[in-house]
Design a protein around this ligand. Structure first.
Ligand code: ADP
Ligand code: MG
Length: 689
């Protein structure tokens, strides 16, 4: 297939010299097809003149009128102010920077056409720094299409983009752009037509649907972009699979021995998921599996079963957690389970230093350590494994794709890649995981261990804080244990610690007879461990904490949680926090002590928390209320930066996306490269993974 448009270099277009060509190339735009897929972010309507009386605050409009007065005003800032009038009303133009020539052109009596955003100011409707031209007697036509605003980079102006894209459209009339999707009758929108429309929408275009991203032309392109993204993730996966992995056959008896010593019976969901993993591990291709399970669903046990399978085959296992507290919690669990089985364990965190670190690295490198537990420190360059067979990443959304891939490459090269199990207690909405994790197989633990009493959630205005303190104190005196969580928006350890310290001091002063502990991220690991131990064995009744306790902390007797300023946190994070209670048989309570006034969005979000304890439902709501970047965490937003596609707006396309991507893989594999190339450009976007 010779693609006409893709063979025309941008250098053949008018106005493109070597300098612009190289700037465009840096931006991933080499040819006319690249230009056509450089799509506008939004549009301005300069196709009609709006009567001043009909201009609405906040809108970008063209107005036309006569200058009635123009003066330099010396207020807080010197400015040029002109009043213009049409038959319907008057409007004030304000310029804070202006030239002498501008002052002259804005004389009383001049006729102007202006374009700008309408604001409400001291003197009624105003425009700041509008674009304008002085009209002589001639009739000046308005624009014939909506004006596109392109994403751009320093050095390339909107005007340049517009001129280039206009030329690209002319070429599109003569030569076709390759249709790469096998579209059915259910999706008939033509690619050429879609491109034409989006670069130059007619004046009567449905501007609202363009703004929302729901116009059929946008849907057509979003569909293609999502298909390209899906293909690129699958290819990434295929490449990993080509590297091979050690086959780790399953042993029924080893697992049975392990289960026999547990104080509980695994749930059906845990067993099902363990079986899915066991089948993967037995194959000579790397497992890539995402394990989702709500807070408290017992993912650790599943991780242990998987680890056992690898270790039983003579391979090493690495478990990586995002925080030291969580890694320590894993250490304690695994130590208790694996020590009796004579499995050697090693600890590695950022705080493992000096000789300790050297000897730890030694034991990891020569395979003396079968199970290595730690934090980010595990994927540092100088950490080498003798025979790494399985990597388990907990709370995967806190690590970037690169970080988890780096760890699986740490097996000796002749062994191929390590198997990978990524676990998350922040349920990822199906819509999002279909896109962000199309390269992963997915297992879900959809059942909590028996006997868990649900957590009741109450919203209380923070001006009733005293009342809450009194009730917490009473509950603690009755033998209950409680968390008091202080939140800050900043992910700043120092500030968070200070806030928690202040709260703890205040509570201690008000409740001198209560044993109150304090835990935050600035404490030394030993200090944290001893405070957690004191809380766990009941020496402390109330634990004041920062969000460090969000993940992993497991104290079944704690049945009460107060969260201050919950409106500052995302729903997923609140759900995680709340998951620290409701782990025992006692009925548990969570109090969201919010600050007024709450925004409408804030009210809605907290209401979701009160109504539901289903992590998946909460995650879907979170996605709808905050968007995918926030939900996935900043580190992964790069993955979700599409040109046209956006979630959840285009979620309904995802089933079609998957079936089209499958068809391409099966019937038209030769289209994969051009599609990925078309949408990933020079690789600044999703192909980078
Ligand atoms: P999460 O999925 O949030 O990581 P954990 O693995 O920490 O959950 O498990 C939460 C608690 O439930 C732990 O105390 C664990 O020992 C316990 N647990 C796990 N599986 C079961 C089970 N099948 N029956 C009873 N308790 C279980
Ligand atoms: Mg866990």
């Amino acid at each position: 297939m010779i693609d006409g448009i893709a063979n025309i270099s941008v250098q053949e277009l008018r106005g493109v010299g070597p300098k612009l060509a190289s700037m465009l190339a840096d931006y991933g735009v080499h040819n006319v097809e690249d230009l056509l897929f450089h799509l506008p972010l939004r549009y301005q309507d300069r196709t009609r003149v709006t009567p001043i009386a009909a201009a609405r605050e906040g809108n970008d409009v063209v107005i036309e009128g006569d200058v009635r007065a123009a003066d330099i005003v010396f207020g807080r800032r010197r400015s040029l102010v002109a009043r213009i009038q049409d038959g319907s009303g008057t409007l004030t133009l304000r310029f804070f920077h202006f030239s002498a020539a501008q002052k002259t052109s804005l004389q009383t009596g001049s006729r102007l056409r202006c374009f700008g955003q309408v604001r409400r100011g001291g003197s009624g409707l105003e425009m700041y720094h509008p674009e304008y031209r002085v009209l002589q007697d001639e009739k000046v036509a308005v624009e014939e299409a909506l004006t596109p605003i392109y994403p751009t980079t320093a050095g390339i102006s909107q005007n340049q983009w517009r001129k280039l894209c206009k030329q690209a459209l002319t070429r599109l009339h003569k030569e076709d752009v390759d249709e790469l999707l096998p579209l059915s009758d259910t999706y008939p929108y033509e690619l050429t037509k879609a491109l034409q429309y989006l670069h130059s929408p007619p004046p009567d275009a449905a501007q609202e649907s363009l703004r929302d991203g729901t116009h059929p032309a946008q849907l057509r392109l979003a569909l293609e972009e999502l298909v390209a993204h899906n293909l690129s993730l699958h290819r990434l996966r295929e490449r990993q699979q080509e590297e091979g992995a050690p086959a780790l056959p399953f042993s029924e008896s080893v697992l049975a021995t392990f289960f026999a010593d547990l104080p509980f019976t695994p749930t059906k969901a845990q067993l099902r998921v363990l079986q899915e993993i066991a089948i993967d591990l037995a194959k000579p291709v790397p497992m890539l599996r995402l394990l989702q399970g709500d807070v408290g669903s017992g993912k650790t046990l599943v991780a242990a079963g998987a680890a056992l399978q690898a270790i039983n085959n003579g391979y090493q296992v690495a478990i990586m957690a995002p925080t030291e507290i969580l890694a320590e919690q894993h250490w304690r669990n695994f130590y208790q389970w694996f020590e009796p089985l004579d499995i050697t364990m090693e600890w590695l965190s950022g705080r493992t230093k000096g000789n300790k670190r050297i000897s730890a690295l030694g034991r990891i490198a020569c395979s003396d350590a079968s199970l290595v537990i730690g934090t980010h420190a595990l994927f540092q360059d100088d950490v080498a494994f003798g025979c790494l067979g399985l990597v388990i990443v907990d709370e995967q959304h806190r690590f970037g794709v690169h970080q988890r891939l780096a760890l699986t490459k740490k097996a000796a090269p002749q062994l191929g890649r390590a198997h990978q199990l990524v676990m998350t207690a922040t349920p990822i909405p199906r819509t999002l995981s279909m896109v962000a994790y199309a390269d992963l197989d997915c297992s879900v633990i959809d059942e909590l261990p028996p006997g868990r009493a649900p957590v009741t959630t109450t919203l209380i205005d923070s001006n009733r804080r005293e009342e809450v303190v009194t009730r917490v104190a009473a509950a603690c005196r009755d033998g209950r244990q409680a968390y008091w969580v202080c939140t800050l928006i900043e992910e700043n350890d120092v500030l968070q610690a200070q806030a928690a310290e202040a709260t703890a001091a205040e509570l201690r002063e008000g409740l001198p007879n209560l044993a109150i502990g304090l835990i935050h991220g600035r404490l030394k690991p030993m200090e944290k461990a001893s405070i957690m131990a004191a809380f766990k064995n009941g020496e402390l009744a109330l634990l004041v904490a920062t969000t460090v306790i969000e993940v992993g902390v497991d104290v079944p007797n704690a049945s009460l949680m107060i969260i201050e300023n919950p409106e500052r946190l995302g729903l997923a994070q609140l759900h995680q926090l709340r998951g620290r209670v409701g782990r025992g048989e006692q009925a548990s309570h969570c109090v969201l002590l919010y600050q007024t006034p709450l925004s409408a969005n804030g009210k809605q979000r907290l209401a979701v928390m009160r109504e539901s304890s289903d992590g998946f439902y909460i995650a879907e709501k979170d996605l709808a209320l905050r968007g995918p970047g926030e939900v996935l965490g900043t580190r992964q937003t790069g993955l979700m930066e599409f040109r046209v596609a956006s979630l959840p707006t285009h979620s309904h396309l995802l089933d079609t996306v998957q079936s089209i991507a499958n068809t391409i893989r099966e019937c038209y594999p030769e289209r994969t490269d051009p599609l990925i190339h078309r949408w990933a450009g020079s690789g600044q976007q999703f192909a980078k993974v």
